[in-house]
Design a protein around this ligand. Sequence first.
Ligand SMILES: *[C@@H]1O[C@H](CO)[C@@H](O)[C@H](O)[C@H]1NC(C)=O
Ligand SMILES: *[C@@H]1O[C@H](CO)[C@@H](O)[C@H](O)[C@H]1NC(C)=O
Ligand SMILES: *[C@@H]1O[C@H](CO)[C@@H](O)[C@H](O)[C@H]1NC(C)=O
Ligand SMILES: *[C@@H]1O[C@H](CO)[C@@H](O)[C@H](O)[C@H]1NC(C)=O
Ligand SMILES: *[C@@H]1O[C@H](CO)[C@@H](O)[C@H](O)[C@H]1NC(C)=O
Length: 358
Amino acid sequence: MQYLIRATVIVGIATLASTQNTSTPGGPTFNDFLRFSCSELNIQRIDPLVTPGVVPSPHLHQFVGGNALAPTMDPSMNISDEATCTTCTYTEDFSNYWTAVLFFKARNGSFHRVPLMENLGLEGQRGGMTVYYTAPYDKKTKVTAFKTGFRMLIGDPGYRAPSPIAQEYKSIAFRCFTEPWGPAPPASEIGGDWDTRYFPNKPCPYGLRVNNFFPTCWDGVNVDSPDHKSHVAYPSKGTFETDWECPDTHPVKLPQILYETIWNTSAFNDASMWPTDGTQPFVFSMGDPTGYGWHGDYLFGWKGDALQRAMDRYCGTDCPVLETQSIEKANTCAKAVVVNETVDGWLGGIPGGVKVTS
Ligand SMILES: *[C@@H]1O[C@H](CO)[C@@H](O)[C@H](O)[C@H]1NC(C)=O
Ligand SMILES: *[C@@H]1O[C@H](CO)[C@@H](O)[C@H](O)[C@H]1NC(C)=O
Ligand SMILES: *[C@@H]1O[C@H](CO)[C@@H](O)[C@H](O)[C@H]1NC(C)=O
Ligand SMILES: *[C@@H]1O[C@H](CO)[C@@H](O)[C@H](O)[C@H]1NC(C)=O
Ligand SMILES: *[C@@H]1O[C@H](CO)[C@@H](O)[C@H](O)[C@H]1NC(C)=O
């Protein structure tokens, strides 16, 4: 893979620029982190992290990963024992990853789900997202892989304004593609001048991307916490990309997880379908028309010590200590939905009767 990813430190977070060829020597490349596709597992109203056992859950999510996915996934559950396949290309990764779902609201008030798009270099992926796990770039600092039962949340479906957690706010960014995979000029870091923290207020003819970086410090004890956030923390000094330290309360360094989700907005660019008052028409499944409510959920499910092995070797995408499958094979992993409702085609409202609230 020839693509280079430029990492520059900006506003305190490490920022992987969009995939492109560059001649910048010494910058991180695809071989500095695990970068892999996880195709769609299903799209339904369950939420094993925030509302376990609630069927249907309040709003719709898009799920990828292992087929042990269920409305209730107790921390004592051995996910890698129960799952038989995964939509991710690393076959020892039975984790589940999920996010909100994007809808387009037409002028007549109808809603349509916006399809997900395959990423550059991961052609053939069916929906889903790109997942990254990074071990420290200095290739010296050790990180501890997540323990059985570990789970965490970034963002909050209730936000309609910037996250009150400054580092969380800086860890989520949208880019409107007005050209293939761009703009992505030099120094167009994630979270920099080309990105917004909210929905762009213009059509994105080549797609809309959102990135979210999870915290990289852990309290070393709890695999979860009541808000699904306080057992983890962002660095107290530096950033993941530079010399970083974890706070005394959360001393254990973790790999950095990044979700990259890209929607193919091309069917929704016709100005005649957009509102006449200048507002933008995209809305998340929890009724969020701002974008600030973007959230990502993580439920660790790697088999045995596979992730630790990869992190100990500062593995890149080509990681000989991990077992892989083709994207085509990953696409065949399936899990029947528990909540069967229509999520595609023109809908009279957002699934679950969710109202749009700004
Ligand atoms: C990237 O570089 C490779 C090798 O030099 C070349 O084959 C490819 O066409 C380039 N891709 C883009 C998008 O410029
Ligand atoms: C989970 O199951 C796998 C596969 O059977 C096994 O190797 C592993 O030790 C189990 N982990 C725990 C914590 O029970
Ligand atoms: C609403 O608008 C969309 C897009 O213009 C159109 O495809 C759909 O049929 C309309 N729905 C109704 C109920 O009029
Ligand atoms: C995006 O969707 C359009 C249809 O609206 C389709 O023709 C195109 O191939 C899709 N592009 C990608 C990269 O999936
Ligand atoms: C969902 O319900 C529809 C309509 O009743 C049915 O045709 C379909 O087979 C069901 N799908 C699943 C996965 O249960």
